[in-house]
Design a protein around this ligand. Structure first.
Ligand code: DGL
Length: 264
């Protein structure tokens, strides 16, 4: 079965997940859809996030995806239950910060979680923290502007904002930071430079394990030798192509189809 796996995000962030899935599942085909035109989602209300997400899901279902990865924490915490109810024709995998792993790894019981504002404030994320890190002190920080800066590739602005926002993690002496936004692994190096002794965890491997388990359990693993890669954006194609190359590598990007689309 060589139907593709669909991956959605509000923008470029999900590429941090796509790059790992592509490497670890080389026989699978993928369609990645970035709604960069409407990014950031993290400043919108729940209803608007759902309306925009629905358009992406409908588009990918028409492309016969066999599984959907919601590679966006903001969509996951606001909409995953409703998505699973409204679109039950395919399994849907979401993404959340790996708080359980953070709890296992912390030596001093001080953990940071860094997400968009909507995600940080969501009951979904607060429940995860209560459930998996009840023995730790957790700094659950939401950023209003970081996603937009990453989306525009504004290096200087990113460093300036990180300098300001990461201070709270330093003051609280955290030793593990779980990233709760799929855009943030794209600037892991910059975060690491400011928090040199902190273990930084993203969710890509956790998503991979979940995807693999579902493919196996549903008997829909691909055995094809010819994987197809499609990368679609609602935003600027040139910038998107540059970013895809950076995360997926030039070789795979040359093999892939990249297009700009508009969603109805
Ligand atoms: N990558 C999205 C996330 O994981 C960014 C959300 C946004 O567009 O603000 O939360």
């Amino acid at each position: 079965m060589n139907e593709p796996i669909g991956i959605i995000d509000s923008g470029l962030g999900g590429l941090s997940i796509a790059s790992v899935l592509i490497k670890k599942l080389p026989r699978e085909s993928f369609i990645y859809l970035a709604d960069s035109r409407n990014c950031p989602y993290g400043q919108k209300d729940k209803e608007e996030i759902y309306e925009l997400t629905k358009k992406m899901v409908k588009y990918l279902l028409k492309k016969n995806i066999k599984l959907l990865v919601v590679a966006c924490n903001t969509i996951t915490v606001t909409s995953i239950d409703k998505l699973r109810k409204d679109f039950n024709e395919v399994p849907i995998v979401g993404i959340v910060p790996v708080i359980k792993t953070a709890q296992e790894k912390t030596a001093n019981g001080r953990i940071g979680v860094y997400s968009t504002m909507v995600t940080a404030k969501s009951p979904y994320q607060k429940d995860l923290i209560r459930k998996f890190a009840k023995n730790s002190n957790v700094v659950n920080l939401g950023s209003l502007k970081l996603v937009s800066l990453i989306e525009k590739g504004e290096g200087e602005g990113i460093n300036r904002l990180l300098n300001k926002e990461l201070r709270i993690f330093k003051e609280n002496n955290i030793d593990v930071l779980a990233l709760g936004c799929s855009h943030f692994p794209l600037i892991k190096k910059e975060i690491s430079r400011l928090l040199p002794n902190v273990l930084i965890l993203d969710s890509s491997i956790a998503v991979f394990h979940q995807v693999k388990r579902i493919l196996e359990n549903n008997n829909i693993l691909s055995s094809s030798q010819n994987s197809d890669y499609n990368f679609l954006t609602t935003g600027d194609k040139k910038f998107f192509t540059k970013f895809v190359k950076k995360t997926i590598g030039a070789k795979l990007t040359n093999k892939a189809k990249l297009s700009r689309i508009s969603l109805q």
